[in-house]
Design a protein around this ligand. Structure first.
Ligand SMILES: [Zn+2]
Length: 218
């Protein structure tokens, strides 16, 4: 799951119009922004096994801190508390915290049973939609289209950056998503981790574009 997470970030703008899209992206993608750091430091592990699912060659062998249900909840609470301390707004805190947890729920739909419930071991879950490529693609692209639609409906561009910059961001997401799906397997996990770090580019881009758009609700 990649652009599906960002889609929820875009849709959440409707609920908290005064929070930047960049912040919403950080919350929705919090677990996957943490993961590359944990991979590069050797705390978590994954390997490349071409064919392990129809859509992704990644075998997520060990990621209890970034992707267990318990830790996803902890990260969600933590983000919510920090958001509350900064914004003094219960709704903002709740939406950002829920976005963090939504990541795990969306991952649950597509991953093989590799998502741990507890960071200490025990059962792993995953509904495995990645093995039904058409369904997975329809789900993710559908979510993405919905997110774009909601964001566009609850904001208006103030200038060219707000208009063209936003649609360029949408196009870039789609290109990267198609490259992930159609491209060859990555050469090694270090490359995967650094590609993961590049997601900050989307976050920065969202901060920039959002400043050039005005919320029309709330
Ligand atoms: Zn994830």
């Amino acid at each position: 799951m990649f652009i599906g997470h960002f889609a929820l970030g875009m849709a959440a703008k409707r609920l908290v119009p005064r929070v930047s899209l960049g912040v919403l992206f950080i919350a929705a993608q919090f677990l996957d922004l943490l993961w590359p750091v944990l991979l590069l430091t050797g705390v978590e592990q994954a390997r490349i096994v071409p064919g392990i699912t129809a859509l992704t060659p990644l075998d997520f062998t060990h990621y209890p801190i970034s992707h267990s249900l318990v830790m996803a909840t902890v990260w969600g609470v933590l983000v919510g508390v920090v958001a509350y301390l900064v914004r003094r707004n219960g709704r903002v805190a709740l939406v950002l915290g829920a976005l963090v947890l939504s990541h795990w729920v969306l991952d649950l739909l597509v991953h093989r049973p590799d998502l741990p419930i507890s960071p200490l071991g025990g059962p792993k879950v995953g509904l495995g939609l990645w093995n039904m490529p058409v369904a997975a693609l329809v789900l993710e692209l559908g979510l993405f289209a919905w997110g774009v639609w909601v964001y566009v409906r609850c904001t208006t561009a103030r200038d060219k950056v707000g208009r063209i910059g936003f649609w360029a961001l949408v196009a870039f997401f789609l290109v990267v998503h198609l490259m992930n799906v159609l491209g060859p397997p990555p050469p090694n996990m270090t490359a995967v981790a650094w590609a993961g770090q590049l997601q900050w580019l989307f976050v920065l881009w969202a901060f920039w574009v959002d400043r050039h758009r005005e919320a029309t609700v709330g």
